[in-house]
Design a binder for this molecule. Structure first.
Ligand SMILES: [Mg+2]
Length: 394
C-alpha cells in the first residue's frame, strides 16, 4: 500500500508543476501516469455528525451573549486516508445544524473519482444551492486535508508560504462586567495582541477598554461589530482608542453604511477592517476605498479555495488582510492558520475559547504565536478525547 501511495503521490504532485519543486526530478516519468494514478484512488466517502462546542466563558458581542455553539464535524475518506473538515454556525449567521446537515445530505461525491479535482468538486458543491457557506466550507476543508495528505504536504507549503512568518493570534475579550473583563485579561496576560469587542454604548465601550488597560498594556485590536450608529461619534471613539494603544478597528458601523465608513476610514488614524461587510470574493471590489482591508473567514467564504483567492485579490488592490474565525475546533483553526504567514493579522483563537477541542493542529505558543505543523494537509491529529485547549498553553 505504501509503495502504491508513494507512487500516486509522485504522479499527482507532478501535475501541479511549479508548486512542487520536489516533484520536478520525477516529472518526466510520472506525468503520463496521472490518469492511472487518479483512477487507482478509491471513491470518496463523506460522513458527518453534529458536535456541540462548549465555551469556557459566556461570550458577549454587541448583539448577543452565549455559552455554547453548535458545529458539524465532517470526514471525507479515500483509500484509507481521512480528511477532516468542520462547519461552525454562530447564531448571527443564517445557518443551523439542521441546514448544514440537510445540505451535506445533498452532496454526492460518488460522481468524482479523483479528489485532486478540487476545483471541479468545490464548484459543484458551491452550485448545489445559494448560501450555506459554512456547510460548503466543511467539505472544502475536508477535501483540502485529504488532498494535502495524499500529496504528503501541508497547505502552507503547497502555497509556497514561509511558516516562520506566522503572526501571533489575537486573543478575544468579549463584552462583560469590568470584573469579568479584568479576569479574562489576566487569563490572557501572555498574549502579545488582545482583541476587545465594543459597540454597545459610550459608557460600556470606555469601561471595556479601561478595564483591560487596568491590568494590561498590550496592543489591542477593537471590533465594534457594526455597533456604532453615528460616523462622527465613531471617529471620535477611534481617535480616543488610538490614544489608548489600539492598533486597528474592525467593522465600526452597519455593513451597509459604506459612505459613512469610507468617511471614517479617510480620517482614521487606525486601519479600518471589513468583517460583516464582507462574505465572499465578489464582495471585495466594492470595499476598495471604503475599508483599509478585509477580514477573511472560512465559514463565510466557503473555505480555503476561495480564501486563497480573496487574499491574493485584496493584495492586488493594496488592501490589508486579516484572517478570522468563528468559535470552532482546531480543525478549522488549523485550516485558517495555513494562510496566516501571508496576512497582516490573525484572529484565530476560536479553539482557545472552547473546553472540548477535538484535534491537535496548529500550535499556539503562550504569547499567541502560531506554530504551523509540518504534517500534511491541515496538519491535524484527531484526539482520543476532547481537551480544553487553553489549558495546554498556560
Ligand atoms: Mg469581527
Amino acid at each position: 500500500m505504501s509503495t502504491r501511495r508513494n507512487f500516486m503521490r509522485a504522479s499527482l504532485a507532478a501535475t501541479l508543476g511549479a508548486a512542487f519543486a520536489q516533484s520536478s526530478a520525477r516529472s518526466a516519468f510520472a506525468a503520463p501516469q496521472v490518469a492511472d494514478a487518479a483512477s487507482a484512488l478509491g471513491k470518496m466517502k463523506l460522513s458527518f455528525r453534529p458536535y456541540l462546542l462548549t465555551l469556557r466563558h459566556a461570550f458577549g458581542v454587541s448583539g448577543v451573549t452565549r455559552t455554547e455553539t453548535m458545529g458539524v464535524q465532517v470526514e471525507i475518506e479515500c483509500d484509507g486516508i481521512v480528511g477532516y473538515g468542520e462547519a461552525s454556525m454562530p447564531p448571527y449567521l443564517s445557518e443551523s445544524t439542521d441546514s448544514v446537515l440537510a445540505f451535506l445530505k445533498r452532496v454526492d461525491l460518488s460522481q468524482f473519482n479523483d479528489p485532486f479535482a478540487l476545483d471541479d468538486i468545490l464548484t459543484y458543491v458551491d452550485g448545489i444551492c445559494e448560501n450555506n457557506a459554512a456547510a460548503k466550507c466543511s467539505i472544502d476543508l475536508a477535501l483540502h486535508d485529504l488532498v494535502g495528505k495524499l500529496m504528503g504536504q501541508p497547505w502552507w507549503r503547497i502555497w509556497g508560504l514561509n511558516k516562520e512568518k506566522t503572526p501571533t493570534t489575537m486573543y478575544t475579550i468579549g463584552i462583560d462586567t469590568p470584573e469579568k473583563v479584568m479576569e479574562k485579561t489576566r487569563e490572557a496576560a501572555k498574549f502579545e495582541l488582545l482583541k476587545v469587542k465594543l459597540g454597545r454604548d459610550k459608557k460600556s465601550d470606555r469601561e471595556m477598554i479601561e478595564s483591560v488597560r487596568a491590568v494590561s498594556d498590550k496592543p489591542i485590536a477593537v471590533d465594534a461589530n457594526q455597533g456604532w450608529k453615528d460616523k462622527v461619534y465613531a471617529l471620535e471613539m477611534i481617535e480616543w482608542l488610538h490614544e489608548q494603544g489600539i492598533v486597528m478597528v474592525e467593522q465600526p458601523m452597519k455593513k451597509t453604511k459604506h459612505d459613512d465608513i469610507a468617511w471614517i476610514t479617510e480620517r482614521s488614524p487606525l486601519p479600518i477592517m471589513a468583517d460583516e461587510s464582507l462574505q465572499r470574493l465578489t464582495d471585495i471590489p466594492k470595499l476598495k476605498g471604503v475599508f483599509s482591508g478585509i477580514n477573511i473567514k472560512l465559514m463565510k467564504c466557503t473555505g480555503l479555495r476561495e480564501a486563497w483567492k480573496m487574499l491574493n485579490f485584496a493584495r492586488a488592490l493594496d488592501m490589508k488582510v486579516m484572517v478570522g474565525c468563528m468559535t470552532e475546533t482546531s480543525c478549522a483553526i488549523s485550516a485558517a492558520a495555513q494562510l496566516s504567514p501571508a496576512v497582516d493579522w490573525a484572529d484565530l483563537d476560536g479553539n482557545l475559547l472552547i473546553s472540548n477541542d477535538l484535534f491537535d493542529g496548529v500550535r499556539t505558543e503562550p504569547n499567541g504565536k502560531l506554530v504551523l505543523s509540518d504534517k500534511p494537509g491541515l496538519g491535524l491529529t484527531k484526539l482520543e478525547k476532547p481537551i480544553n485547549r487553553l489549558d495546554t498553553l498556560i
